[in-house]
Design a binder for this molecule. Structure first.
Ligand SMILES: Nc1ncnc2c1ncn2[C@@H]1O[C@H](COP(=O)(O)OP(=O)(O)OP(=O)(O)O)[C@@H](O)[C@H]1O
Length: 263
């Protein structure tokens, strides 16, 4: 359903600052694939997500979702196709708007005007029901400013906003990295629940190799703009962090420390 073919992206080509961010990347995700993405700093992980979301254009290659080129989608179509959560809890929500206003914006994303009007009635009840599923008491705080919420609560709300419109592809860019371990664990659990509940196709970047192994059905490792490892199913399930490090060393002939991958 998500199809990347021959993707290349170089920033500042032909200058001293030239950076080859992606090199001949081919990647295909099937419906409901949950792919975790790991790799050293500057490997091209965020650029890959930016290209899938259409926020930056590749120099060469194509990105298709259900056979449609992402670059040819209108803004509202793209918003309906893609849900995204960033590392910074402030990035996905508006602090000076209420929880209900934030949810309403997310809900309207990607919907034509006629549809928007039709769903306005009864929406508050729907939001309450969705918030209740987060089990953080936010269903009683619809009129509170989002800026009053903790980082973990904001990230949970961002996840809800990115998923409850059933996007075709969910992009998670180190979305638990800025949280303390306890909150990161609860957002991780919520991620698995929401992906399951909405049957989403997901690409998740993480620096945490344990998380990359325990979540999803497939794992890709990137290095210097290329996908150097792609494992799925039983093979992925049986792998350990040590296996990942060994695989990296043998593929690239380079040493990779835990610290490079685990931020
Ligand atoms: N907007 C940009 N302008 C210039 N160079 C960029 C830009 N975005 C990324 N790059 C460069 O492209 C390369 C890949 O960066 P990218 O952010 O995709 O890597 P990453 O794997 O997400 O890294 P990290 O784990 O450190 O976040 C790096 O060399 C980076 O400096």
């Amino acid at each position: 359903m998500l199809h990347l073919t021959g993707i290349n992206k170089t920033f500042f080509p032909g200058t001293v600052n030239e950076r080859r961010a992606l090199v001949d990347v081919d990647l295909e995700l099937k419906e409901r694939d949950f792919v975790t993405v790991i790799g050293s700093n500057g490997a091209g992980k965020s650029t890959l997500l930016n290209i899938v979301s259409g926020s930056i254009k590749p120099d060469t290659g194509s990105v298709e979702i259900d056979g449609r080129a992402v670059t040819k989608l209108t803004d509202y179509q793209r918003a309906a196709y893609i849900g995204r959560v960033f590392q910074n809890p402030s990035a996905g929500t508006a602090p000076h708007m209420t929880i209900e206003e934030n949810l309403a914006i997310a809900y309207m994303r990607g919907k034509r005007r006629g549809v928007r009007r039709a769903v306005a009635k009864g929406r508050r009840d729907y939001f309450k029901e969705q918030l209740a599923s987060l089990e953080q008491g936010l269903e009683d705080r619809l009129d509170d400013w989002v800026g009053l919420l903790s980082g973990g609560q904001r990230q949970s709300l961002s996840l809800l906003m990115a998923t409850f419109t059933h996007p075709k592809v969910l992009l998670l860019d180190e979305h638990t990295a800025a949280l303390d371990p306890q909150r990161a664990a609860s957002v991780t659990k919520l991620t698995v629940d929401l992906v399951e509940r909405h049957s989403l196709t997901t690409l998740m970047v993480t620096h945490n190799m344990e998380q990359a192994l325990s979540m999803g059905n497939r794992l890709i490792m990137m290095h210097e703009g290329s996908i150097i490892m792609d494992v799925a199913g039983a093979k992925k399930k049986s792998m350990t962090v040590k296996d990942l490090l060994t695989a990296f060393s043998s593929i690239r002939g380079a040493e990779l420390s835990d610290r490079t991958l685990l931020s």
